[in-house]
Design a protein around this ligand. Structure first.
Ligand SMILES: NC(=O)CC[C@H](N)C(=O)O
Length: 305
């Protein structure tokens, strides 16, 4: 099947789905996004790319950064240490929920906010600046985009309004799940969430996970194979928060969404897919992105199950 033609058709047929969702307002800078924007980008594991719609439009990574930071934390600390501080089970709760955290000895998984903050706290570096440099360097490598940078307006907006995240972090500090200064850790987490990308950047990142940790275009290994597999697995079970089960049934791919409107989806040994559509459903997932992934999965027979 001609992928470019398929993307054109899907864009035409499903971009109006934005009307069933809303741009988020709890991070005020994100409310400025145009809900009608749609972009889709696909990169195959040979490095060929296809894209349609708003492929140049930048948006913040938000939670799409969670599996990427997890890669670095596992490379830095090993999986035993990381999973002694964060679990590997889905919560069935919203991404910023505090409920399950207080009844457990660690956050349920690295794809929800509490777990992601714990993961970010484990990234190595002499100080916060060095840690952030290591994070963005990995993201640049995975995306093949040397120019990635943070969106300062989104970053400031998160600093101003991120009190739920602070409360998750203070609770984890009290329980010795995280070490170091809470404010430094949440700021580092806000920074990684504020990195501006296009759907092509996230398709490139996904293509490395699809290609077992090797960049398709350069054949450079960036992620050990077993870590790529672990991260894909957690994306499949927890990446769409309390919608991961429905997404597994309708799309059947490891994926990670973010409230900036992005979804990064991985088709093992075939494609990396990035979608952009800032109107979100009530779970915080891009409504157009999910619909388009569902259609692509059906037509190209992509489900891993
Ligand atoms: N689901 C998301 O993308 C959430 C990320 C956002 N930075 C937050 O902490 O609330």
């Amino acid at each position: 099947m001609n992928i470019q033609r398929l993307l054109e058709k899907d864009l035409e047929k499903y971009s109006h789905y934005h009307q069933y969702g809303k741009v988020p307002t709890y991070i005020p800078a994100l409310a400025k996004a145009d809900p009608t924007d749609v972009g889709i980008s696909i990169i195959n594991t040979k490095g060929n790319s296809f894209c349609i719609g708003e492929c140049q439009k930048k948006f913040s990574l938000q939670s799409v950064s969670k599996p990427l930071a997890l890669i670095l934390a596992i490379m830095d600390n090993g999986k035993e240490k990381v999973f002694s501080k964060v679990g590997m089970e889905p919560t069935g709760d919203p991404f910023n929920s505090i409920n399950k955290l207080t009844g457990a000895d660690k956050p349920y998984n690295p794809m929800i906010n509490a777990g992601a903050i714990a993961v970010t706290s484990m990234i190595k570096g002499k100080n916060s600046l060095k840690k952030f440099q290591r994070i963005i360097d990995l993201f640049k490598k995975l995306s093949g985009n040397e120019n990635l940078d943070i969106n300062h307006e989104v970053y400031s907006s998160e600093i101003e309004t991120g009190n739920r995240n602070r409360s998750l972090a203070y609770y984890m500090k009290d329980k010795d799940i995280i070490e170091g200064q809470v404010e430094d850790i949440v700021k580092l987490y806000f920074k990684q969430c504020s990195i501006a990308v296009t759907c092509t950047d996230i398709a490139n990142m996904a293509s490395v996970l699809a290609n077992e940790g090797v960049i398709p275009k350069t054949s450079e290994r960036v992620i050990p194979r077993n870590i790529a597999q672990m991260v894909r697995t957690l994306m499949a079970t927890c990446g769409m928060y309390d919608e991961s089960g429905r997404f597994a049934l309708t799309v059947g791919l490891p994926a990670k969404s973010g409230v900036g409107g992005g979804i990064m989806a991985v088709v093992p040994n075939r494609f990396g897919i990035g979608t952009y559509g800032p109107a979100l459903d009530e779970k915080g997932n891009s409504i157009v992105g999910m619909k388009i992934l569902e259609e692509l999965s059906k037509k190209l027979d992509l489900s891993i199950y």
